[in-house]
Design a protein around this ligand. Structure first.
Ligand SMILES: Cc1cc2nc3c(=O)[nH]c(=O)nc-3n(C[C@H](O)[C@H](O)[C@H](O)COP(=O)(O)OP(=O)(O)OC[C@H]3O[C@@H](n4cnc5c(N)ncnc54)[C@H](O)[C@@H]3O)c2cc1C
Length: 441
């Protein structure tokens, strides 16, 4: 299927390719997904070029949580020690109620590392991006900026991309890691980003500017009615990362100009003092409206494949978006390596089929769980009490809800662990709590 992707017209490409050097793989998009996939394929000996639309490679934003299913891959890449030296290994993740500040549940991240063999790390996203950028340079990836891809087509021997400035480039395989607004995705499906009406404010500030006591050994998550607030340390504790997320009344009313700072202040006005103390630190000159897309199970069209947010942009509540992107490249490279003949020829169709057999289902699970997890975080009234009761009953060392995600990344559908069984909220009896001050509505 080809939907709305500018096609090549006969003789329409008037200028030369982006580079004279032929490559095996072209990767469109130099975010964490594109660069990590480029590194994974180049370390298997492939010639790889990354085409990035921006004038330079970089990441905007603040912190990233990197769970054991990804630190395991960073270890395999020989990049974990460098990442650890730039990040923080918190000792616990604590979820609290954003209204009364009480603890709901916690993960002991020291024990989690023992259970899964690899740590839970938090790191500035520009640091992780730099790690992959430098790793790509070391293995000889051709890194091209100012290259916005506007069209794709399969050819007899591979695939070709058309750039917005009229240039073109081609290779045996094209991997589209072009993010939420992916052009390549239109080859496979006619869909649009889904607006959640939630918006994220971020801040990464030097610790001496924080002005309050913060326990940097924790990843702290406060969940509240239509809002939540996350904070953790970055760069060995030199910085504090904060994320404040809320549902925008203006978005719900259909207004264009939504998620503005006045809405931020109102959204957190009724939260506990610890959360309110963090709000004045948020960056107020930019905010991130939260979109995802419905899962799709087909990611490959001929010699063109999707990867990262282009294939599976999530709501961020599972903190697995960048991780899924990194896993995609790792899985693809493993299948490429397994299908390489002695003469160096690669059974690309076999490798892409193996990639597509395992990754879409895993990512579908993360995307749908992220939506459900976000709904659970943002409950109000009786449902909030039921959620709180349920979370308080969880044993700190019960990993039955994390097994499906923090274990080794599956290479085949058979290796994909079973999902956890959700506990229905209405199975929780809170009749003795109703009427007490804890119910806000
Ligand atoms: C508030 C928030 C918190 C998050 N927290 C976490 C977390 O804790 N852990 C986690 O794992 N994930 C987290 N995520 C998700 C994560 O940031 C993304 O899933 C991840 O960055 C996606 O990487 P990507 O490379 O696939 O896409 P992107 O980062 O969007 O990169 C796409 C790249 O392609 C380029 N590009 C786009 N179009 C073209 C084109 N036509 N031609 C050439 N280049 C193009 C772009 O310039 C960009 O460089 C969070 C997201 C948000 C919003």
């Amino acid at each position: 299927m080809a939907v709305n992707v500018p096609a090549f017209e006969e003789n329409s490409v008037t200028t030369s390719a982006t580079s004279a050097n032929p490559v095996d793989v072209l990767i469109v998009g130099g975010g964490i997904g594109g660069l990590s996939a480029a590194f994974a394929l180049a370390r298997e000996g492939l010639r790889v070029r990354v085409l990035e639309q921006a004038p330079e490679f970089g990441e905007v934003g603040a912190g990233l949580q990197i769970a054991p299913n990804c630190t395991r891959i960073l270890h395999d890449y020989g990049l974990l020690e460098e990442a650890k030296s730039l990040g923080v290994l918190p000792k616990s993740m604590v979820m609290r109620d954003a209204v009364d500040g009480s603890e709901l549940t916690r993960l002991d991240l020291v024990d989690l590392e023992r259970a899964y063999g690899f740590p839970y790390m938090v790191i500035h996203r520009s640091d992780l991006h730099h790690i992959f950028l430098h790793a790509c340079r070391r293995v000889g990836v051709d890194l091209v900026t100012d290259a916005r891809v506007s069209g794709y087509e399969n050819t007899a021997s591979g695939a070709r991309v058309l750039l917005a400035d009229g240039r073109a480039d081609e290779a045996g395989i094209v991997i589209a890691a072009d993010g939420l607004h992916s052009v390549a995705r239109r080859l496979l499906v006619e869909d649009e980003p889904v607006n959640s009406s939630y918006v994220a404010y971020r801040a990464a500030v030097p610790i001496e500017q924080v002005g309050r006591d913060v326990d940097l050994s924790e990843v702290s998550v406060h969940v509240g009615p239509r809002c939540h607030f996350v904070h953790y340390g970055l760069r060995g504790g030199e910085m504090l990362n904060q994320v404040a997320v809320f549902e925008s009344p203006k978005a719900l009313a259909g207004e264009e100009d939504w998620g503005t700072p006045d809405e931020l202040d109102v959204a957190f006005a009724a939260t506990c003092p610890e959360v309110r103390a963090g709000i004045p630190l948020m960056w107020r000159d930019r905010w991130w409206r939260m979109f995802d897309r419905a899962p799709i199970m087909t990611w490959v069209e001929g010699n063109i494949a999707l990867l990262g947010d282009a294939a599976h942009p999530p709501l961020q509540y599972m903190a697995q978006g960048a991780i899924m992107a990194i896993e995609d490249g790792w899985v693809l490279a493993k299948h490429v390596a397994a299908r390489r003949a002695e003469d160096g020829a690669i059974d690309w169709q076999g490798a892409l089929a193996a990639y597509e057999a395992v990754r879409p289902e895993h990512c579908r699970r993360v995307l749908t769980t992220a939506r459900a997890w976000g709904e659970l975080w943002h409950l109000d009234g009786v449902a909030r009490l039921q959620r709180n009761t349920l979370l308080r009953a969880r044993d700190t060392y019960d990993y039955s809800f994390t097994e499906w995600i923090y274990g080794p990344t599956a290479l085949t559908p058979e290796e994909e662990p079973p999902m956890f069984s959700p506990i229905p909220l209405d199975s929780v009896d809170v009749s003795d709590l109703i009427g007490r001050a804890e119910v806000s509505h």
